[in-house]
Design a protein around this ligand. Structure first.
Ligand SMILES: C[S@@+](CC[C@H](N)C(=O)[O-])C[C@H]1O[C@@H](n2cnc3c(N)ncnc32)[C@H](O)[C@@H]1O
Length: 246
């Protein structure tokens, strides 16, 4: 892989682009309905999507009346895919690394959002500081990441349990890098505990408004057989935090 971002690796991103969530957009992302209920009314709002991929949420936000949307992503190929959609002058896409060169103006955005991107960041405290600074007072930050119990183990695989298959969480308290075999590649992610995420958010100045541990329900498991394995085990965790008004 060298320094190439995995989303720009042609053979890996070809497989990524075959996932339901890339082919069908938000309709193909079973957690989206739960995640979007955490968002406030975005009519007239200025929105930032961190790790926007090909811009599904940027376009959704405009449909829901957002005044302006900035989508940031590191991947050239994801942004090239975003550019294939009909142009909307109120959406700007920018190629930036969230860990290095975000350069966000202070008190600019009403709502900041990120889906399934922040678990890639080593410097998450730095990103949370930037999000806090760039939100208007009273602004809302909603994001989700892979649930830590999915990333905790250093040996990921289902094992036969007494009542159902079990997923090991042996290294839950050991935060740091994990290598996940996914779509034929080794994807490098950062494992953090739930308390780890919460303490970073509190340290940045945020107030917790909601948290949800999301897993597919029975109907979603039927519609998305990929999720059937998840059983009663959460797949993602959704956070909603607020920058206090004063
Ligand atoms: C699983 S995709 C999710 C894309 C989009 N949020 C969605 O839900 O369709 C993760 C995205 O995070 C982006 N990403 C990962 N690390 C990044 C970084 N350091 N800076 C900016 N984007 C990053 C990837 O390029 C990829 O587009």
């Amino acid at each position: 892989m060298g320094n190439l971002h995995i989303y720009d690796d042609p053979s890996w991103s070809r497989k990524y682009n075959e996932l339901d969530r890339q082919v069908h957009g938000l309709e193909g992302a079973p957690e989206w309905n739960a995640l979007r209920t955490m968002l406030p009314d975005i009519q007239g709002a200025n929105i930032l999507d961190l790790g926007c991929g090909c811009g599904w949420v940027c376009r959704w936000a405009r449909e829901k009346g957002a005044a302006k949307v900035l989508g940031i992503d590191l991947s050239e190929s994801m942004l090239a895919k975003a550019a294939e959609f009909p142009d909307d002058p109120a959406i700007t896409y920018a190629r930036r690394n969230m860990e290095e060169d975000l350069q966000l103006p202070a008190a600019e955005f009403d709502v900041e959002f990120s889906s399934l991107a922040l678990h890639y960041l080593v410097n998450l405290p730095g990103l949370f500081d930037q999000v806090y600074r760039s939100l208007k007072p009273g602004g809302v930050f909603v994001f989700d990441v892979i649930h830590p119990i999915r990333l905790a183990t250093e040996n990921p695989s289902w094992a036969e349990g007494v009542h159902r298959n079990e997923w090991p969480v042996d290294a839950y308290l050991v935060e740091g890098q994990r290598s996940l075999k996914w779509l034929g590649g080794n994807v490098q992610l950062q494992h953090r505990t739930i308390a780890g995420y919460l303490m970073l958010l509190i340290g940045a100045g945020f107030m917790l408004a909601a948290i949800e541990e999301w897993g597919a329900d029975e109907n979603q498991s039927k519609a998305f057989p990929y999720w059937i394995e998840s059983g009663h085990c959460p797949v993602f965790v959704h956070f909603k935090v607020v920058k206090p008004k004063s």
